[in-house]
Design a protein around this ligand. Structure first.
Ligand SMILES: Cc1ncc(COP(=O)(O)O)c(C=O)c1O
Length: 424
């Protein structure tokens, strides 16, 4: 049977053990009442029904208990973030003591850099990628300024080879080799937001550590998408948001990883707040800060529990699906099916810039329209008008992310069919 038939896609769905997971999500509707073809989990994941349920439970508890909600019920608010630790740690391959859900992504990047960017002597540079997500770029730039370091000479940029979109790891290793003793810290994404390229976090960390460089990752596009082993890879720190593949709602609380080897190091500089203080004496209201000897020691404030409730719902949904390894298995099949269909049907008009090898891609495929005189943005708009939600990233890419929790092979089939119709 040809892969370009609805029957074939339906067959794949029948064989998919996760096919029913979609029923655990709210799926946005088109104007005609049918489900949207939603491919934007790389930007904002869909709402798990459990997230809604747990948020409503929490609203009820607030209504019924007031301040006593901090201590009462099955999920009291005082330790609420702790209910998320074990499952969050599993997602990134960490020990529970290495992970905390707190603040937002960029705020956590700053907190981590306060601790891990310590320019000294000749070692003052921060290495990032040339096309880093702007927030990361700004955060790094401002950290350099905070330390009175000249930005131009201390921000080392890893660029793709001229005329190419993808980063070449060999170029990075050469930069590390060449400037190793001048680089204080490397901050890179696990998955590059524009191209969908997955970086080799393990090898990067090894090479950097061999030169005495601290390594941190922005896992916004990696958590809930890839299988990672942050602890075993010896990554120093990492941060991620929870609204993309963690489906916890716009601006929801973010995740932070600090390697075990650092969590008890009281020498590390940090910005502190009472929620990071020793739990047994926190409410004695004294002014002797004693950091919790885990990643929790970086917390500042008591967290927004409504958001944590949504995250708990999302994590329980991922658990229901069998965890990240099961999701990744399906994800590879879904994106492979999309690549195969595009290659077969649209090879003259669409170029996939995301690498094709399994270990170099996550859910997201980044597409460029290559028809002369046809604007990619117009094609993105045309998809939208036809019930397909993707996202557009300047200057030239349509990002499409089939997500194993709620996308079907049939969704993928329809995406390619509609794209082909729009192109025609
Ligand atoms: C790779 C990456 N880094 C940082 C951010 C900024 O996230 P936040 O607004 O949660 O700080 C985003 C947002 O989409 C992102 O994709």
């Amino acid at each position: 049977m040809s892969i370009n038939t609805l029957e074939y896609a339906k067959q794949l769905d029948k064989q998919d053990p996760l096919a029913q997971m979609r029923n655990n999500f709210g799926i946005p509707k088109q104007a005609n009442g049918e489900d949207e073809y939603y491919f934007t989990g790389n930007s904002l994941g869909l709402q798990p029904k459990l997230a809604r349920e747990y948020v409503i439970e929490l609203l009820d508890a607030w209504q019924q208990r007031g301040v006593k909600g901090h201590f009462e019920g099955d999920h009291p608010w005082l330790p609420y973030h702790e209910f998320l630790t074990e499952q969050s740690a599993e997602l990134v391959g960490a020990l529970p003591e290495e992970v905390v859900m707190m603040n937002s992504l960029t705020a956590n990047l700053h907190l981590m850099m306060v601790s891990f960017y310590q320019p000294k002597g000749k070692r003052t540079k921060i290495l990032i990628e040339d096309h880093a997500f702007p927030s990361d770029h700004y955060a790094v730039e401002s950290q350099l300024k905070h330390h009175h370091q000249d930005v131009d000479s201390n921000m080392l940029l890893w660029r793709p080879p001229s005329g190419e979109e993808l980063l070449n790891h060999e170029d990075l290793y050469q930069l590390i080799e060449q400037h190793g003793d001048e680089i204080a810290m490397i901050l890179l994404p696990g998955v590059q937001y524009y191209t969908g390229q997955v970086l080799d976090m393990k090898t990067i960390t090894e090479k950097a550590h061999a030169k005495g460089i601290i390594v941190g990752f922005d896992l916004a596009h990696a958590t809930g998408n890839l299988v990672m082993e942050l602890h075993d890879w010896q990554v120093d720190f990492a941060c991620w948001c929870s609204y993309k593949y963690l489906n916890s709602g716009a601006g929801s609380v973010a995740g932070c990883f600090v390697h075990q080897k650092h969590v008890t190091n009281t020498e590390l500089n940090r910005f502190s707040g009472w929620w990071g203080h020793d739990k047994s004496t926190r409410f004695q209201m004294e002014n002797n800060f004693k950091a919790i000897p885990t990643a929790e020691g970086w917390q500042l404030s008591n967290p927004p529990v409504l958001s944590l409730a949504a995250i708990r719902g999302s994590l329980d949904t991922i658990k229901l699906a069998g965890g990240i390894k099961t999701l990744r298995e399906k994800s590879l099949k879904l994106s492979q099916y999309m690549m195969d269909l595009i290659t077969q049907e649209l090879t003259k008009s669409v170029r996939i810039i995301t690498p094709t090898a399994d270990h170099e891609r996550g859910c997201q495929l980044s597409l460029m329209i290559t028809v002369d005189g046809l604007d990619g943005k117009a094609m993105f708009n045309a998809l939208e008008e036809n019930g397909v939600t993707t996202d557009w990233r300047e200057p030239n890419v349509i990002r499409v992310a089939p997500v194993p929790l709620y996308n079907s092979f049939e969704d993928v089939y329809h995406f390619v069919r509609i794209l082909k119709e729009c192109l025609a």
